[in-house]
Design a protein around this ligand. Structure first.
Ligand code: HEM
Length: 426
């Protein structure tokens, strides 16, 4: 726990990073003189007291190592950016079908990374590996890839080792702080209203559904065959309305808002050929969904796509077909959340997203929720919060378990060596 003084210092450093030096540099330098080998850079110690106690935080734009129970957690590193042929010619990155014990799950692009060895072909990845691969293969920014991968390990993995399954629960992922249920687990990162996956209420929420894809293709045909913002504005509205009318447990809370909009923006921001970034056409988008591979002669983005870029895209996509946040408590009984997203400024929206990222934390750790909440808080504070610095969010009300915290139901997952060929699991 931070003392009141530390918290005040933390807020001061948030307002003006130079204050870190004033508060912390002198004592730390003195300490380093006494024990120089303890921290060769001296910077991790400057930040750790204000970042939830276990380290992390950005030092010269790079995540500092964690300490204590998280000391073995490898952190992602910034990767070179710019146009690049992906997967390229390296033997290690050529497509291979997953083997019988390899897991695949609900994120087509993580499945693609695994099929090409950018992350472990087993489908058991880590915080650092998936963030680095996301930058290398898709050209997303260090900030966004690290936030996504941090959410991955929080939602379904083991914080101590940083491991998580990109599919369902898996014995290769330790359960050090609580059950590691995999990304497929519904409710933390996995949401209703996915693009090509059905709502959990109707069955397996991890497998690709050809019918949903075909509907998307039909909608795209009205917009010149492009899977761009206009296509997703229409598709998102239709998908929401369908769930509202047919799914008695449809849940469109804050997490839904963030994930449902982000994953759609990802399609037209990450998957077009980097040489023609505005052409999110069938040729470039379909291979990721139908065969979980890169299109031929495919280049990643020329410039990094960052957290602020995503927030802007989420706002635009939402505004195109706004729908109320809330939940069905049975059919024809929608209970609105009363949260008006349209009234938010971009900065407020960034903070709203951050707040909800923190809200997912306790959802994973049942039954060790109370015992380990501090570790999750320290991880999110050290690995996610720093990337939202530009939004200047107030922190006082964050890191409180949500009403839905602690669910340990795994949900279903189609992960026992599935092979998808032209959109059909073999
Ligand atoms: C470490 C990084 C990542 C993690 C942990 C992750 C996790 C997830 C999860 C949990 C979902 C399911 C959401 C839902 O229920 O609808 C998902 C879906 C999706 N993700 Fe990722 N993701 C990552 C990176 C990326 C990247 C880099 C892209 C784009 C290149 C991407 C594109 C998508 C898309 C398009 C979907 C929607 C799939 C569909 O419903 O058809 N993801 N991801």
């Amino acid at each position: 726990m931070l003392t009141e003084e530390q918290y005040e210092q933390y807020k001061a450093v948030k307002r003006d990073p130079k204050m870190a030096e004033v508060f912390f540099a002198e004592p730390v330098l003195a300490e380093r003189e006494a024990a120089p080998e303890a921290d060769p850079q001296g910077l991790g110690d400057i930040l750790s007291p204000i970042l939830g106690g276990l380290g992390g935080g950005l030092v010269n734009g790079i995540l500092a190592p964690f300490s204590g129970v998280l000391q073995n957690l490898n952190v992602p590193t910034p990767q070179p950016t710019g146009l690049k042929l992906i997967p390229g010619n390296a033997a290690a990155n050529q497509f291979k079908y997953p083997g019988p014990t390899d897991v695949r799950g609900l994120c087509p692009t993580l499945n693609t990374l695994a099929n090409h060895g950018f992350i472990s072909r087993t489908g058991i990845t880590t915080f650092a590996e998936a963030s680095n691969a996301c930058q290398i293969a898709y050209g997303f920014g260090y900030d966004l890839c690290t936030v996504l991968s941090a959410l991955g390990v929080i939602a379904g993995g083991d914080l101590v080792s940083g491991k998580y399954s990109i599919g369902g629960a898996d014995s290769r992922v330790p359960n050090t702080l609580g059950p590691s249920l995999g990304l497929d687990k519904h409710g933390t990162f996995e949401i209703d209203n996915s693009i090509t996956r059905q709502d959990t209420f109707f069955g397996n929420q991890a497998d690709f559904k050809l019918s949903r894809w075909n509907r998307l293709v039909d909608i795209a045909s009205k917009y010149g065959g492009f899977f761009g913002e206009q296509t997703f504005i229409e598709e998102k509205g239709i998908t929401y309305d369908e769930s509202l009318a047919t799914n008695p447990t449809f849940f469109a809370g804050a997490k839904w808002f963030v994930v449902a909009h982000a994953e759609r923006a990802f399609v037209y921001r990450a998957l077009p050929n980097g040489t023609f970034p505005d052409k999110a056409d069938f040729q470039n988008i379909a291979p990721f969904f139908l065969n979980e591979t890169f299109p031929p002669q495919w280049f990643r983005r020329a410039s990094a796509y960052s957290v602020p870029n995503l927030v802007t895209d989420i706002a635009a996509l939402y505004a195109g077909s706004p729908r109320p946040l809330g939940a069905n408590e049975g059919l024809n009984n929608f209970v609105p959340l009363g949260q008006d997203i349209t009234a938010m400024t971009p900065a407020q929206l960034g903070c709203f997203i951050l707040q909800n990222i923190f809200d997912t934390i306790p959802g994973q750790v049942q039954p060790g929720l109370l015992a380990n909440l501090g570790v999750y808080k320290a991880f999110a504070t050290g690995a996610i919060l720093p990337f939202f610095g530009s939004f200047n969010c107030p922190l006082d009300s964050y890191v409180v378990p949500s009403p839905s915290a602690g669910s340990s139901s795994a949900g279903s997952s189609g992960n026992s060596g599935p092979i998808i060929i032209n959109g059909v699991y073999q």
